[in-house]
Design a protein around this ligand. Structure first.
Ligand code: PGA
Length: 271
């Protein structure tokens, strides 16, 4: 069975006091969440250490993730935080989030270096891919980016992100599919339709199958992200091929976030 994950991306939110309260509330509510669902908190880098201390006394299935990493160990890179440093606290790292692709011009090669660095230092990369504009169907019914919309080529994002990795390395990667138009605060801010999401996820898994074979592809967790709330999480929890969610805005509310994580509990009971 594939790992199931519910990941909270706090983005650039929370004061230190807010971060401590939020992490403590999530930690203390983890008894609502099935132990086979891994919950990952991704606070801003500056709050990782205090949150790590809070999580020290938590259930094993509550873990810590970075929102970004620098691909290396140490060096003259003012203001950066290396994969090696983060590996001393974090089990996961978000890599290639659309906000980093847009605001920091992260390209496929940079993202690939970060994925490799994370793996090298023992961090599980959560590789984010997502189209900026909805994909369209071709004559064979396959979804693909509109002509000339290279930025929305999620299959290229996937291929670049996983470039040069062996099957054993790919097996450590988590994929987060986040249609950028569905992310809250952006133009749309509505979850993607279920049949559309299911089709994209199926095509992503087929692409991974093409790189490393069906055995590994069948094991890679694929998460959905984009305006997930306690209300919508349930639908994604029951969608074939979806193994969890990446949550932004609603991860800043402990109760809502725990409810989302508990939704995946319901599915765990049935399977
Ligand atoms: P959202 O953000 O849940 O606020 O839409 C998701 C993300 O950007 O990771």
């Amino acid at each position: 069975m594939r790992d199931r994950l519910v990941v909270g991306n706090w983005k650039m939110h929370t004061s230190l006091a807010d971060a401590v309260v939020l992490a403590t509330r999530v930690r203390d509510g983890m008894d609502q969440v099935s132990s086979d669902v891994t919950v990952v908190l991704c606070p801003p880098t500056v709050w990782l250490y205090p949150v790590a201390e809070i999580l020290e006394r938590s259930a094993d299935h509550l873990q810590l993730g970075a929102q970004n990493i620098w691909p290396g160990r140490e060096g003259r890179f003012t203001g950066e935080t290396s994969a090696w440093m983060l590996a001393q606290m974090c089990q996961f790292a978000l890599i290639g989030h659309s906000e980093r692709r847009v605001h920091h011009d992260e390209d496929g090669q940079t993202i690939n270096q970060k994925v490799k660095a994370a793996l090298r230092f023992g961090i599980r990369p959560i590789l984010c891919v997502g189209e900026f504009r909805r994909l369209t169907s071709d004559a064979r019914g396959q979804l693909k980016p509109r002509r000339g919309d290279r930025a929305s080529d999620i299959f290229l994002q996937l291929r670049n992100g996983l470039a040069d990795l062996g099957a054993a390395e790919v097996a450590q990667v988590v994929i987060a599919y986040e249609p950028v138009w569905a992310i809250s605060g952006s133009s749309g801010g509505q979850t993607a339709e279920l049949h559309y999401t299911a089709q994209v996820v199926e095509q992503l898994r087929a692409a991974i199958d093409g790189y490393v074979g069906s055995r590994v592809a069948a094991r890679i967790p694929i998460l959905y992200g984009g305006s997930v709330s306690a209300r919508t999480a349930e639908q994604f929890a029951h969608l074939d091929g979806i193994d969890g969610v990446l949550v932004g805005a609603e991860s800043l509310k402990a109760n809502e976030f725990l409810q989302i994580a508990a939704t995946f509990h319901a599915r765990a009971k049935r399977s």
